[in-house]
Design a protein around this ligand. Structure first.
Ligand code: CAO
Length: 416
């Protein structure tokens, strides 16, 4: 079966996480992704946080599967020539260098268009073009702070907090993938390529839209009913950190289960969904709350929501998180155990669905990685090992028409 993106050739000039996450996704769906890396060193993540000496780090292998690796010093004349040829033959070029790096290398958008008017040039930067911080280099947590995630995450009596989820990196890469696919569709109609850019700040903000919603409600009302600060605490003029509160109209909290004193993840998330109030009361053995006007509407519950959570915790005291969820699911209550990474790594359902896959790597042996979170009826992406540094250099150069002698010369000149 041919893969949907087969025939699409992508120059993957990305490094670290944001760009590689994007191109990896496109490679899974069939694109020919050629990762261009600096000879000798390659993507910095090959060496970062190594757990096996002399083998590419998991940081690299988990973001670069299904790609080919071409080493190329694009600051040498031969390297530039190879890149020009590649640009002429490719559909997409993806990069996430620091601001201005590609221009300094001699590959401005104008030059790329000259070489290939059909080229889709996709970039990740920390901030968008024209932004007053456009010159800044940016990593994950910087973006989380600039995009509104950090100021709204954590507890009210603690500092702004970053999330473990890669909202700035992989999330930006996913946004860029959507942009690239849109530009490919557009090119089918117009024949023209275009520049696609996503800033990490914007991608984080896109996921924080409910907090911008809350800022405007706060400006109007002076309080936010669904936050733990209401009605007993104080609001200032900015959206506060809401701890583990549910983000919408359904109150929720992380609740302790049996064993929480020694197990840092012996918790469940429990949601008090409005229309599930009767089943919640039945599940907890608190039938008297069902018709009690002090409890039977969201407004009535609001000022005692933490007392309600305390009652649920009392009920949870002799149940493990798995026992609790297995019981609560029968009552249709939105809840889940707080899973550790160890539990996720061993989860049979995640393995069966291909969301976690085991891959065999020639140097490091077997390792786990995250498979496609997008499921298709007609495509089951096969997750392959990431390439060794320069593994496909000669192959790609030969496909570009270079002879064995020319390739040997480039090796001798350290251009590849
Ligand atoms: N051959 C020759 N030179 C190469 C090359 C190659 N194959 N690949 C990269 N280079 C050069 C670049 O041209 C650049 O050179 P100059 O700065 O001299 O013009 C140089 O390598 C460094 O590039 P950089 O600025 O991207 O690298 P950095 O390590 O200093 O910064 C990062 C890293 C991530 C902060 C920066 O790239 C950045 O801000 N990127 C945009 C935002 C982003 O994607 N951040 C998320 C990364 S994931 O956490």
């Amino acid at each position: 079966m041919s893969k949907p993106l087969e025939g699409i050739k992508i120059i993957d000039f990305t490094h670290v996480q944001a760009g590689p996450a994007c191109t990896q996704l496109l490679a899974w769906f069939g694109a020919d992704v050629i990762k261009v890396e600096r000879p000798g060193s390659g993507d910095v993540t090959r060496n970062q946080l190594r757990d096996v000496p002399d083998a590419d780090a998991l940081y690299f292998t988990m973001l670069n599967s299904n790609k080919r690796s071409l080493t190329l010093d694009t600051k040498t004349p031969q390297g530039k020539e190879v890149l020009e040829k590649l640009i002429k033959e490719s559909d997409v070029m993806v990069e996430n260098f620091g601001p201005g790096a590609l221009d300094r290398m001699g590959f401005s958008w104008a030059r790329i268009q000259e070489l290939n008017p059909g080229m889709i040039m996709a970039s990740v930067k920390g901030f968008s073009e024209g932004h007053h911080y456009e010159d800044l280099k940016v990593y994950e947590n910087v973006a989380q702070c600039a995009g509104g995630a950090a100021s709204t995450t954590g507890f009210w009596d603690g500092p702004p907090t970053v999330s473990a989820a890669a909202l700035g990196d992989s999330n930006t890469g996913m946004h860029l993938a959507i942009g690239i696919l849109t530009a490919l569709m557009s090119r089918q109609k117009s024949g023209k390529g275009q520049k696609v850019a996503v800033s990490m700040q914007d991608a984080v903000l896109n996921l924080c839209r409910v907090k911008l919603r809350d800022q405007q409600r706060l400006d109007k009302l002076g309080f936010l009913k669904e936050y733990p600060q209401y009605p007993h605490g104080k609001f200032t003029d900015v959206v506060p950190r809401g701890g583990n509160a549910g983000g919408g109209g359904q109150p929720g909290w992380v609740l302790k289960c049996k064993g929480w004193e020694t197990d840092p993840n012996a918790y469940i998330y429990f949601t008090v969904q409005d229309h599930a109030w009767p089943p919640i009361c039945k599940a907890l053995g608190k039938e008297e709350w069902i018709e009690d006007p002090a409890y039977n509407t969201p407004d009535a519950r609001q000022d005692k929501i933490f007392d309600i959570f305390a009652t649920i915790e009392e009920w949870l005291k002799d149940k493990t998180k798995f026992e609790a969820v297995d019981y609560l699911r029968k009552f249709d209550i939105p809840c889940a155990p707080v899973l550790s990474m160890k539990e996720i790594a061993e989860d049979k359902s995640l393995r069966d669905s291909g969301s976690i896959v085991e891959v065999d790597h020639p140097k490091r042996g077997k390792y786990l990685t995250v498979g496609s979170p997008i499921k298709f009826s007609d495509l089951k992406p096969e997750i392959k090992a990431s390439p060794l540094l320069g593994e496909h250099t000669d192959e790609v150069l030969a496909q570009l028409g270079y002879t064995k002698e020319q390739i040997a010369e480039m090796h001798a000149a350290k251009a590849v």
